[in-house]
Design a protein around this ligand. Structure first.
Ligand SMILES: Nc1ncnc2c1ncn2[C@@H]1O[C@H](COP(=O)(O)OP(=O)(O)OP(=O)(O)O)[C@@H](O)[C@H]1O
Length: 363
């Protein structure tokens, strides 16, 4: 449905002349080009919800704006619904954009139009008659929970209601794809939840393909099927959401996850962690387990079968959509042979084991 191949975007900065003295200018003058996207490949199948997460400045907005060519890539191919977007003339691009809805962090509503007229706007621009417009707009107001707000103006609405108007407007031209640019970042957690629920409903009812960018793991966890991680213009990791929450492959992925789960070993222990095992050390591990393993008494079996003691430092159970995920940070106490055997035992029982480091035994 959406396929980006080898997409790069370089911004060329102009007007870098400075009135600063020469010595200061050399240090403070920004580089003349910024590679906002570097050879990005991304495929979002029809009907799926794909999240792109990354830190500020990583290239998320540039990426999503390259899909509907609000930003034209410097190179590479962008195919949406079978159409190569970069080959289209201005008129064809305009037509193609009717099939690609977009919503934004700050809603971008017209303040002088009421809710009905905001939603009707794209249909007016497409030249539809008033009757046909009503037929499209009223069910959309129903779908987005705004049926009783049709005559109100944006200033009279809450943030969540404004985003609902923006969603209804984005759906007016019956798009195949919805692009969400930080759509919940300006909303409180409860309103975020209701907008995410609405997006999931739309995805299921209308079979709409959704590509969203966010810096919030909660958004990824709640509605995405797959997630890509963007860093410095590159997609560095891509995974099914349950797999990403179980075992992110990159350091940045682990940082996002740990930050979200607040699952870190105690600070005093972190200070004592050594990278390499020693003769008198024992490992500190992060365990992630899902499926049957969540309801199996693996820790007590581990203690019995491998002869180790397990000191649990932190643990929590998370629901990632339909999947239950157990997470734990623990010290494995025993001889090097026993703790190695314990890690093998856990891995053969489908737990993901990450050794965070080794601490000196107190005895
Ligand atoms: N129009 C532009 N001209 C020059 N540089 C730009 C332009 N737009 C973005 N950039 C630069 O491209 C890089 C990626 O920016 P982008 O806005 O895509 O990041 P982002 O991940 O969306 O960040 P944020 O979460 O803060 O919005 C940044 O270094 C940014 O300064």
């Amino acid at each position: 449905m959406i396929t980006l191949s080898n997409v790069s975007k370089t911004y060329h900065l102009t007007g870098t002349k400075s009135r600063l003295p020469f010595a200061a200018r050399r240090r403070d003058t920004p580089p003349r080009t910024i590679e906002a996207l570097k050879s990005v490949d991304l495929h979002v199948p029809q009907g799926s919800i794909h999240g792109v997460i990354g830190l500020s400045g990583a290239g998320k907005s540039t990426l999503i704006r390259c899909v509907n060519l609000l930003e034209r890539p410097s190179s590479g191919s962008v195919v949406v619904d079978g159409q190569e977007m970069t080959d289209l003339s201005a008129t064809e691009l305009n037509q193609a954009r009717h099939r690609i809805g977009m919503i934004f962090q700050h809603f971008n509503l017209l303040t002088t139009r009421n809710v009905f007229d905001n939603v009707a706007l794209p249909l007016e621009l497409m030249g539809l008659k008033r009757g046909a417009i009503r037929e499209r707009v009223l069910p959309l107001l129903e779908l987005t929970g705004l049926a009783d707000k049709a005559r109100q103006f944006p200033a009279q609405l809450s943030g969540g209601q404004k985003q609902r108007v923006a969603i209804a407007r984005a759906l007016a031209s019956e798009p195949r794809v919805l692009l969400c640019d930080e759509a919940t970042s300006a909303l409180d957690p409860q309103t975020t939840g209701s907008i995410l629920t609405l997006l999931r409903e739309i995805n299921q009812k209308l079979g709409l393909t959704i590509l969203l960018i966010t810096h919030e793991m909660e958004v990824v966890k709640s509605i995405c099927h797959r997630v890509s991680l963007i860093s410095d213009g590159e997609l560095v990791e891509e995974a099914e959401v349950g797999d990403f929450f179980t075992a992110p492959r990159t350091r940045l992925g682990r940082e996002f996850l740990n930050d979200f789960l607040q699952l870190e070993p105690p600070k005093a222990l972190v200070e004592r962690l050594e990278e390499e095992p020693g003769e008198h050390t024992h490992p500190v591990v992060r365990l992630a387990f899902s499926g049957d393993a969540v309801s199996t008494p693996l820790i007590s079996r581990l203690a019995r079968e491998c002869g180790v003691d397990v000191s649990i430092l932190q643990a929590k159970v998370e629901s990632i959509q339909e999947r239950t995920l157990g997470l734990m940070i623990a010290e494995l106490l025993g001889s090097p042979e026993q703790t190695c055997r314990a890690i093998d035992y856990l891995e053969t029982h489908d737990l993901h084991v990450e050794v965070l480091g080794h601490v000196q035994r107190d005895d």
